[in-house]
Design a protein around this ligand. Sequence first.
Ligand code: SF4
Length: 340
Amino acid sequence: MTDIYSLTPAAAEEYFARHGFSAKAVRNIFTDLYRNGAEHFSAFSATCARLRETLEEEFYFESITLADILQNENTVKYLFKLSDGCFIETVLMKQKYGGSVCISTQCGCNMGCAFCSSGRLRKQRNLTAGEMVLQVLYAMRHGGVKITNITVMGIGEPLDNFDNLCGFLDIASHPFGLEIGSKHITVSTCGIVPKIPLLAKRENPCHLAISLHAPDDELRNRLMPINRSYSLSEVIKAAGQYADTAARKVLVEYIMLDGINDSREQAGQLAGLIGNSRLMVNLIPYNSSPDGEFKRSGERAVAEFYDELKKRGISVTKRKEFGGRLNAACGQLRSDAMRK
Ligand code: SF4
């Protein structure tokens, strides 16, 4: 049996053509699923009876259950329990222009970044494309805002779950599916270099974010073990090539850690690395967890770092905070649930 939410439009066309169904019949399946919001086959109204029977024999509906929720006026943080008992987090940010959903791609993460709550609990498994789709669908149906953007930046390393990520992107960006244009989707990676050109070559590529967090290899080796496999210069080169090949934005994400990576000198080093490439830097305030060893940088350090990058001609922004209890680090709700 196949989860209907993991079915891409292209795979559906191929599968149902083999079973003697028309392209219009496939369109009706997706209309029922994503436009009409049907959650079982008996509620499929656009789809004919013979096709419904085929669907019932070969497909099922995966589900996710809300286990906890934190929210303020512009942010909702969901903790979902999956059908096998694993937990994941999803965040909805409500902006003036619409909602942006940040989804998880794995239960836990094996990348082991020193500052990350998710990395402290090892990966249990990859999420399916359907489980990624369901996170967005939940926010679409319960978030009270039109979803206009998706960021793939939650728990897990998306490029370590590449095939399912691609299935999700196909469904998310397709007019039959979630209908979020690929220019409104950003995938974030800690720097799995060999997968970056594969992502760039996809039809309708999305934007890319690279989690850099250090301006030299010695510090990055300490903060992000992946750097021992793919060095800073390899990551920056792959990021620049992505911007050229995919003609999409590439953001360099830089979490500001007090006394670790936030000096003026380090801003200069970072500017030197970026050079005159088209990469843009996004400075991110750190959300500390109770069991973590790092602290967020002070406002003055962030301002000086920002000014230094600007002075050196680097395009730089500071990420907006969402405030209150929601500042809990990514992965912390999941860690708490697993401890319980
Ligand atoms: S920061 Fe991202 S890649 Fe690193 S451990 Fe956390 S979830 Fe994994």
